[in-house]
Design a protein around this ligand. Structure first.
Ligand code: NAP
Length: 268
C-alpha cells in the first residue's frame, strides 16, 4: 500500500496553527514527513513545530504569513525554494457568518484572498514544481457549503466553491504529470472555527467530528486516489438524503443564529 511518507520528504501545511491544519501537521509528522508550517500565529506554529520535531525526529520550518493579503502565498514558495516539497496541504481559510448586505466589502475581499486566491497561487506554484519532479500531491481544503452555497455565509461558500471547482478539475488535468489532487470538504469538523463563527454545537444536526478523525479519513481517501472527500459517514448520508430546500433552510437558520450569537458576544 502507498504510504503518505512517499509524498515527501517535505510537506507544506497552511493554516497549521489550529484545527484541521494542525491535525494534518501532527499526522504527517508521525508518518515521518518534514514540515513547513504556515499561518499568522508564529508562536503557535513554533511551539507545534518544536514539539513535532522532538516527538518524531523530523525537521520543521515556520513561515509566518497573512494569506489575506494579495501575493503573500509567494512568501511560502520562496521560503521552500531550497527544499524538496512533495505534498501541499492548502488549508488556511476563514469566514464570518452574517447577512451578505451587512458585511464590510473590504473585509470580504480579504476573506476571498485567503479562501480562494491563496489556494490558486499555491496550487499553481507547487503544481509546477511537482510536475517538474514528476510526482507530488495536493489536498485543497474547500467546504461542504461550496456545493450549493449557504445562506448567511454566502460569500464564504462562494469563495470555497472556487477551490472545489479548481481541485475537481486539477484532479484529472494534473494526473498525467504525476500530480495527485484531492479536494477536502469539511462541514462539521470540531475546530476553533466553530467558536469563532458563534456556532452552537448543540444546534448542529450531528455531533461534530474531531479534527484528527477527519484528517485520518482525508489522508486515507487521498491515498486511495479520490477526487474529493467529505469527512464523516453521517454527514455524507445527510448530504445524499436531505432535500436541497430543507438543507438550505436549516443551514441558513443555524448560521443566522451564529451571527446573532457573535453580535451578542461583541455587544457584551
Ligand atoms: N471545521 C469545519 O467544519 C469546516 C467547515 C467548512 C470549511 N472548513 C475549512 O477548513 C479549513 C480549516 O479550518 P478549521 O476548521 O481547522 O479552522 P481553524 O481552527 O480556525 O483554522 C484555520 C487556520 O487557517 C489559518 N488562517 C486563517 N486566516 C489566515 C490568514 N489570513 N493567513 C494565514 N492563515 C490563516 C489560521 O491560522 P492563524 O489564525 O494563525 O493565521 C488557522 O491555522 C479552512 O479552510 C475552513 O474554511 C472547516
Amino acid at each position: 500500500m502507498v504510504e503518505i511518507r512517499t509524498y515527501g520528504p517535505w510537506a507544506v501545511v497552511t493554516g497549521a496553527s489550529s484545527g484541521i491544519g494542525r491535525a494534518f501537521a501532527e499526522q504527517l509528522a508521525a508518518s515521518g514527513l518534514h514540515l513547513v508550517l504556515a499561518a499568522r500565529s508564529t508562536d503557535r506554529l513554533e511551539t507545534l513545530g518544536a514539539g513535532l520535531a522532538r516527538a518524531h525526529g523530523i525537521e520543521c520550518r515556520v513561515v509566518t504569513v497573512d494569506l489575506g493579503r494579495e501575493g503573500t502565498a509567494e512568501e511560502i514558495v520562496q521560503a521552500t525554494a531550497d527544499i524538496d516539497v512533495g505534498l501541499l496541504i492548502s488549508n488556511a481559510g476563514t469566514g464570518m457568518p452574517g447577512r451578505f448586505l451587512d458585511q464590510d466589502l473590504a473585509d470580504m475581499h480579504r476573506r476571498l484572498t485567503v479562501n480562494a486566491t491563496a489556494h490558486l497561487d499555491l496550487a499553481h506554484a507547487f503544481g509546477r514544481r511537482f510536475a517538474d519532479r514528476g510526482r507530488g500531491g495536493m489536498v485543497l481544503v474547500s467546504a461542504l457549503g461550496a456545493d450549493h452555497g449557504l445562506p448567511n455565509m454566502a460569500h464564504e461558500s462562494a469563495s470555497k466553491a472556487y477551490v472545489h471547482s479548481l481541485g475537481g478539475a486539477l484532479h484529472y488535468e494534473l494526473a498525467s504529470v504525476g500530480v495527485q489532487v484531492m479536494v477536502l470538504m469539511p462541514g462539521n469538523v470540531d475546530t476553533p472555527i466553530m467558536d469563532e463563527f458563534g456556532i452552537d454545537r448543540a444546534s448542529m444536526p450531528i455531533r461534530p467530528l474531531p479534527a484528527h478523525v477527519a484528517v485520518r479519513e482525508a489522508l486515507a481517501a487521498f491515498l486511495k486516489g479520490r477526487a474529493k472527500h467529505i469527512p464523516d459517514r453521517k454527514m455524507r448520508a445527510i448530504v445524499r438524503l436531505l432535500p436541497h430546500k430543507v438543507s438550505m433552510r436549516a443551514n441558513g437558520r443555524m448560521l443566522g443564529r451564529a451571527a446573532q450569537n457573535l453580535a451578542e458576544r461583541r455587544a457584551a
